[in-house]
Design a protein around this ligand. Structure first.
Ligand SMILES: NC(=O)c1ccc[n+]([C@@H]2O[C@H](COP(=O)([O-])OP(=O)(O)OC[C@H]3O[C@@H](n4cnc5c(N)ncnc54)[C@H](O)[C@@H]3O)[C@@H](O)[C@H]2O)c1
Ligand SMILES: O=C(O)CC[C@@H](O)C(=O)O
Length: 387
């Protein structure tokens, strides 16, 4: 029986996929596998029995990826599963950044007792007038699952779209509209665009990418949308840029005490992926990833281990090994199995950075003794008997 702990509320559409071999665990430290959305795992002690963590979403900055990898804990995310939800809220945000819809609605509410409200509206509505997005220049930074959908959709709404992503994947490049202009540098986006929307992960290189130096390169009155992570922006610099008029509006999905209530900031309570469709898609993908890993040893969509897939085991035994990506590991595994006079009809080994993963299919059922011998090899981080 596998024990699953949920650190956040996960859609039942996903949880219902777990079979009778699974039960929910109330405690993190009892779990074989964990499902999480935005809760932080950084301060939690990682229990030795924990095999995997699946992030029902894209961003994994709430999970200590290397610390997990060191303990042989595979971390998954759900690429693209919530991208449409984010795309739609970005479209809405471009419009609310351009027209004072919230200001107008709040003002009308304040006039609700006035029998002349209809007349009042016609007299005062010009205070809330805005501009259209059609024909304006939009810079999309990060052309992954979300960025590509955003860029393509806004082309269709008549914007002139510039895209910047030096690491764009082949799939994303195939899916990107040919009408998106290829920006060769961030400076080009900053120089040209009336609106900038950012869709990159929070990493050491993207952290604080919006700061006083980069604002200085932008057009006066530029409108900035942040549906990625708050730490991409230096809030004090953003507030100063809003005050000076350099930035016209800042729409962020990440409220914090500095930006909440500041004039020109529209704070949304992290709703980018909060649609029933996105929540269901993420939960389904995350649960499937965990089941595949726990039951068959296969890794799909990991962010700290290589993807590795041998299908369902058709041999007598299967052993899965999380280990360091260093010389002489495979020969030691095969020698250990050979010493037991067991044949290896099939195997796979993949690496990602400092970590690697090997699946051995063997011609007799795996035993705890064999698993222990492999565990004792220097550089091995975790060994699991799959069959
Ligand atoms: N607000 C929300 O609810 C919500 C929902 C989904 C994703 N997100 C955030 O948005 C981010 C993007 O999501 P996604 O699904 O598109 O992820 P993704 O991994 O599909 O795409 C990220 C893209 O950013 C690019 N990139 C990385 N570093 C870059 C850099 N320095 N400059 C330009 N491009 C760079 C990558 O090459 C990749 O194409 C996530 O990491 C997450 O933080 C937020
Ligand atoms: O789980 C959520 O609601 C937010 C997810 C989002 O920030 C992501 O990175 O996928």
């Amino acid at each position: 029986m596998y024990k699953i702990n949920c650190l956040n509320k996960i859609s039942p559409v996903g949880l219902d996929l777990f079979t009778d071999h699974y039960e929910m665990a109330d405690q993190f430290n009892e779990a074989d596998a964990v499902l999480v959305r935005s809760s932080s795992v950084h301060d939690l002690e990682l229990p030795p029995a924990l095999e995997a963590i699946a992030r029902a979403g894209a961003g994994v900055n709430n999970i200590p990826l290397d610390k997990c990898a060191e303990k042989g804990i595979v971390v998954f995310n759900t690429p693209g599963a919530n991208a449409n939800g984010v795309k739609e809220i970005v479209i809405a945000s471009l419009i609310i950044a351009s027209r004072d819809i919230f200001g107008g609605v709040n003002w009308v509410d304040s006039c609700k007792q006035d029998p002349e409200v209809a007349k009042l509206v016609e007299k005062n509505k010009s205070k809330f007038a805005g501009t259209e997005i059609k024909g304006k220049k939009l810079g999309v930074i990060g052309l992954g699952a979300v960025g590509v959908l955003v860029a393509n959709a806004l082309i269709k709404l008549g914007m002139e779209v510039y895209g910047f992503d030096p690491y764009i994947s082949v799939d994303a490049a195939w899916n990107l509209s040919k009408f998106v202009k290829h920006a060769k540098s961030l400076e080009e986006i900053y120089r040209e665009c009336d609106y900038i929307t950012v869709h990159v992960p929070l990493t050491d290189t993207t952290k604080a990418m919006f700061n006083k130096e980069t604002f200085a390169l932008m057009k006066d009155g530029v409108k900035i949308l942040n549906f990625s992570r708050d730490a991409l922006v230096i809030d004090d610099d953003m507030i100063a840029a809003l005050k000076s008029g350099k930035v016209g509006r800042y729409v962020t999905d990440f409220p914090n005490p500095k930006v909440c209530g500041v004039e020109g900031v529209i704070t949304i309570p992290h709703l980018g992926a909060s649609t029933s469709e996105s929540e269901d898609n993420c939960a389904i993908m995350a649960v499937r990833e965990l089941m595949e890993y726990l039951e068959n040893g296969n890794i799909r969509n990991s962010v700290n281990y290589p993807n590795c897939d041998m299908g369902v085991c058709t041999h007598a035994g299967r052993i899965a090994i999380n280990h360091r990506n260093i010389p002489n590991m495979i020969s030691q595994f095969t020698a250990t199995v050979a010493k037991e006079n067991i044949n290896i009809p099939d195997m796979i080994n993949k690496s990602k950075g400092q970590f690697a993963y090997t699946i051995l299919d063997i011609e007799s059922p795996s035993t705890p003794e064999l698993a222990q011998k492999i565990r004792e090899i220097d550089g091995v981080l975790k060994v699991r008997i799959i069959k």
